[in-house]
Design a protein around this ligand. Structure first.
Ligand code: GLY
Length: 655
């Protein structure tokens, strides 16, 4: 039985949403790779929109709205389960060591030196004052996770732990299922709530930010709780629980998913904690652990729609996942159940990462005015006619990114860097493929590549040229992703996959390509595999989740034109992902012909770079690509065996 909604992720966000959706009458399945590994389990449970001193206004508002939901929300969960969440609006005290800190916070409640020591005994004498945030508080995050799981279970959410989602299966802008280690699971609507692990499934700029933590206990000889509010210092917080545990956190380390506590991490925490509240040095240590915050480049969550109409994103909550769980659940449930989008959500849409670097304005003005068209894979798309009579088209969409130009080019084989720059400009292309290996080894022509092109306008397509095996290609793809990030394309997970063991014809290895594609898709890459024009292979690559297929027209750099037309036609007919004809196109007429067949895009490098006048040829290729596309959309006249006069004969004088 398929559910209305399938949630991927068993942290606070996924679980809260499952409860909210269920309470609104939806049938819900939740898949969780490892309940214990979620950042939710690792957190301290601070509810600290004020103490965190959040600079972004929309985020501050979102956090405060969520904090305001906490009393009622935890009440409801406690009633559902009969368990205690440990919600405690205890306030947060932020002591400072020097007067400089005084100007940096916004709270109206400043306590001077005498007041803060009177208010909270046991602080180090170094404390010269502090801010008091009475509305902040805490929840016992581990208790909350357990309660959310219990509530979801009792409400009838299908909870599946230890299920690893490997890929989204997509067709024409829709998710049609997820591939998991337990087989394919389908639903009407999907939600990605996989936190720090999100980029393994979609090219989202969410990266892990490790936090190490530890817990001490109040010794038995101290009968009363010595701390009854959170202490929030510089790079340290101390969160006293009512059950006499005290959580101390947290480091913030950009080390990927490197596991374990480290001596340096724990030492820093202990030093800072003891400095702030010296008596902790004698408290028994109960536990150490670590977790991974889901960090985004702007440190704001990713909430709302995606490139697929039935996939919603709720991830990237960084330092505030526990705090934001109730508001995320409420807003996302409204969006899914009632298509009601709270205005605040517009601040957190994933497309903010694309606005500068991914949905480009073409550098060359197209002769046609393109807009929307419906595309059926087996027949040319129907053309809408605008009042000015021009035919209309939808832009090229690859892995959720939109491109106006359907011509991709490369950087190789040019006589000089200026010639390459002029040609790329004249081609109007928005995607340029770059050989990662050649950039790495500073091969001739690739030394100044980073500076030669404007990477805010050109989307980089790193390629694995020079790789003979799947393993090599996977390694180079990972380097390519780093290269794109270094050039400012944080969210660029594209890779043009080339696995080519044959040095003479440079023909790709189908088996190695499929193996590498499968692995790279799992790692969150948008994979654009270069293949021989083999329809079955194209199908298999689509099935494993590739973003496009790139069949060759004839061997790379040969300029032999379309030698594989019949097979390319079958690939186009079957594919539900864009088909990019790559390699072998030698002249604009061949480019136009490939587009007339219904190819979604072309990749042309040698035919431009090796022509007598590369910038002029680049422009010609651009025009040919546009012309071929227009012709495809227009639909050519039927072929006839016999001549048929251009001027009709009816009404003519016959004798
Ligand atoms: N919410 C505190 C932290 O992420 O360390």
């Amino acid at each position: 039985m398929t559910s209305d909604v399938l949630i991927i992720g068993g942290g606070a966000i996924g679980l809260s949403l499952s409860v909210e959706l269920k309470l609104r009458g939806a049938s819900v399945t939740l898949l969780c790779r490892d309940f214990q590994a979620a950042s939710t389990q690792a957190a301290a449970g601070m509810l600290a929109p004020d103490a965190e001193n959040i600079a972004n206004e929309a985020m501050r508002l979102l956090c405060r709205r969520s904090r305001a939901l906490y009393p009622e929300w935890t009440d409801k969960l406690e009633q559902l389960t009969g368990l205690n969440t440990g919600y405690w609006p205890c306030g947060i005290l932020a002591p400072v060591y020097d007067a400089l800190g005084i100007t940096t916070h916004q709270s109206p409640y400043w306590l001077d030196q005498a007041a803060i020591h009177q208010y909270q005994s046991g602080l180090t004498p170094e404390v010269v004052g502090g801010w008091w945030y009475p509305e902040d508080g805490q929840v016992d995050n581990r208790a909350l996770a357990h309660i959310l799981w219990t509530a979801a279970q009792s409400l009838g959410v299908q909870l599946k732990d230890q299920v690893k989602v490997e890929a989204f299966l997509q067709q024409q802008g829709e998710v049609i299922g997820v591939r998991t280690n337990m087989g394919i699971i389908r639903a009407a609507h999907y939600v990605l709530a996989t936190g720090a692990w999100s980029s393994e499934l979609l090219p989202l700029p969410v990266r892990p930010r490790k936090g190490q933590m530890l817990r001490v206990g109040v010794p038995e000889f101290i009968p009363e709780l010595p701390l009854t509010r959170v202490l929030f210092g510089d790079k340290i917080y101390i969160v006293p629980r009512r059950n006499r545990s005290i959580i101390i956190g947290a480091t913030s380390e950009d080390v990927g998913f490197t596991p374990h506590n480290t001596p340096a991490g724990i030492q820093t925490l202990l030093q800072q904690a003891i400095r702030l509240y010296p008596q902790l040095q004698d408290y028994p240590i109960q536990e150490y652990w670590w977790g991974f915050r889901p960090a985004t480049p702007d440190e704001l969550p990713i909430l709302g729609g995606s490139h697929c109409q039935n996939l919603t994103l709720a991830t990237g909550h960084y330092r505030n996942g526990i705090l934001l769980a109730p508001i995320t659940a409420a807003l996302i449930a409204d969006l899914i159940c009632h298509q009601k989008s709270d205005p605040i959500l517009s601040n957190f849409h994933y497309s903010r990462f694309h606005s500068q670097s991914s949905t480009f304005t073409p550098m060359f003005t197209h002769p046609a005015n393109f807009s929307q068209v419906s595309h059926s894979p087996s027949s040319p798309p129907a053309i809408e006619h605008q009042t000015n009579g021009r035919s209309t088209d939808s832009p090229l969409v690859i892995a959720g990114k939109t491109f106006q130009s359907r011509l991709m080019t490369g950087t190789g084989k040019y006589g000089s860097i200026p010639e390459m720059q002029q040609s790329i400009l004249a081609s109007g292309c928005q995607i340029v493929t770059v050989a990662v290996r050649r950039v790495q080894t500073q091969a001739p022509g690739h030394e100044g590549l980073a500076a030669a092109l404007d990477w805010t306008k050109i989307w980089m397509l790193p390629n694995t040229a020079g790789c003979e095996t799947a393993e090599e290609a996977i390694r180079v793809a990972r380097l390519g992703r780093e290269m794109a990030k270094l050039l400012g394309q944080e969210d660029n997970n594209f890779v043009k996959l080339e696995v080519i063991p044959d040095p003479k014809y440079l023909l790709p290895d189908p088996i190695g390509t499929l193996q590498a594609a499968e692995q790279l898709v799992k790692e969150g890459f948008a994979v654009l595999p270069y293949i021989n024009a083999d329809p079955m292979l194209a199908q298999r690559l689509e099935d494993v989740g590739c973003a496009t297929v790139m069949p060759l027209a004839s061997p790379i750099g040969s300029g032999q034109g379309l030698k594989t037309t019949a097979n390319i036609q079958i690939i186009i007919e079957n594919a539900r992902i864009p088909v990019v004809v790559d390699a072998g196109i030698g002249s604009p007429s061949e480019a136009a012909q490939a587009m007339e067949l219904g190819a979604d895009a072309l990749l042309i490098n040698s035919a431009i770079a090796l022509s007598q006048n590369p910038p002029a040829m680049a422009q010609a290729m651009n025009l040919a690509t546009v012309a071929g596309r227009l012709a495809y959309l227009a639909g050519r006249m039927p072929l006839k065996t016999y001549a048929s006069a251009s001027s009709p004969l009816t009404g003519t004088i016959t004798n």
